[in-house]
Design a binder for this molecule. Sequence first.
Ligand SMILES: NC(=O)c1ccc[n+]([C@@H]2O[C@H](COP(=O)([O-])OP(=O)(O)OC[C@H]3O[C@@H](n4cnc5c(N)ncnc54)[C@H](OP(=O)(O)O)[C@@H]3O)[C@@H](O)[C@H]2O)c1
Length: 267
Amino acid sequence: MPTQAEPTVQKLFDLTGKVTLITGGTGWLGSSFSAALAEAGGTVVISSRDADRARVAAESLPSPAGAHHHGVALDHTDATSIADGFQAAVETAGQVDILVNNGLDPIGNDLTDCTFEQFARHQANTAGYFELARLLRNHIVQREAKGSVILLGSMYGQVASYPDAYEGITPASPVAYHAHKGGVIHLARHLAAYYAKDRVRVNCISPGPFPPDRVNQDMVKQLCTKLPMKRMGKPYELKGTLLLLASDAGSYITGQNITVDGGWTSW
Ligand SMILES: NC(=O)c1ccc[n+]([C@@H]2O[C@H](COP(=O)([O-])OP(=O)(O)OC[C@H]3O[C@@H](n4cnc5c(N)ncnc54)[C@H](OP(=O)(O)O)[C@@H]3O)[C@@H](O)[C@H]2O)c1
């Protein structure tokens, strides 16, 4: 028997009083992540490259515990915009406790036509994830608080794509994306080791295929043949993992990559 009363499951997952900054919170998965953070009682600061888009998305979020949500402008490929956006989040919400590095400046090119400049430019996504994590860590240390950083990786940061999943349908998955997501997963481990003493946990969520409805349905069918579960993921199926890592329910988890992929990487 524990000597002290343990927190309940409800208490462990409760984000009341916590503020999350989420990049790309207007996107396909970002909308679902933002809703999850708000549904758990937290305050959410959505960032977008467009301040108005961020504000509109923030206003649409639920507030079960009376939290006010906010929107800020932030382009994570630009150091000045990162600093300004983070500062705006702190000023508007009073603090930031949780950072979800979810945004992605995409690239369409695959390994046959990606230029040197495009490849290098895509890695600015990784640099942005790092810079924001460092700002969150410094802010937490200054407040003598505790924090959580969640980075969006991908199954494609862990395994190569099957060439025959794309051949004859679409270009291969972008080579620069594989490099970015592989880097992000390892970035989480490195930062976790150094930030643990500062009470900042750093983890990664690696989704498998969660395509929006607009993607090529022939490719979707082909991807399903490669999946043990034979279907695509739905954004809400990432909510539980996000809340585990964001909240005190995951208070002893750091430096980890949690894969949510319908079994793609299991064989
Ligand atoms: N969907 C999947 O199947 C899947 C699978 C594995 C991993 N992931 C990862 O999950 C994350 C979200 O993916 P998603 O499918 O939801 O993509 P998405 O719908 O394209 O959303 C990404 C968001 O990133 C924002 N963004 C673009 N450029 C940015 C920049 N320079 N700085 C800051 N934000 C920027 C955009 O918002 P604004 O235009 O409002 O700025 C966009 O809404 C990504 O990191 C992605 O790699 C997705």
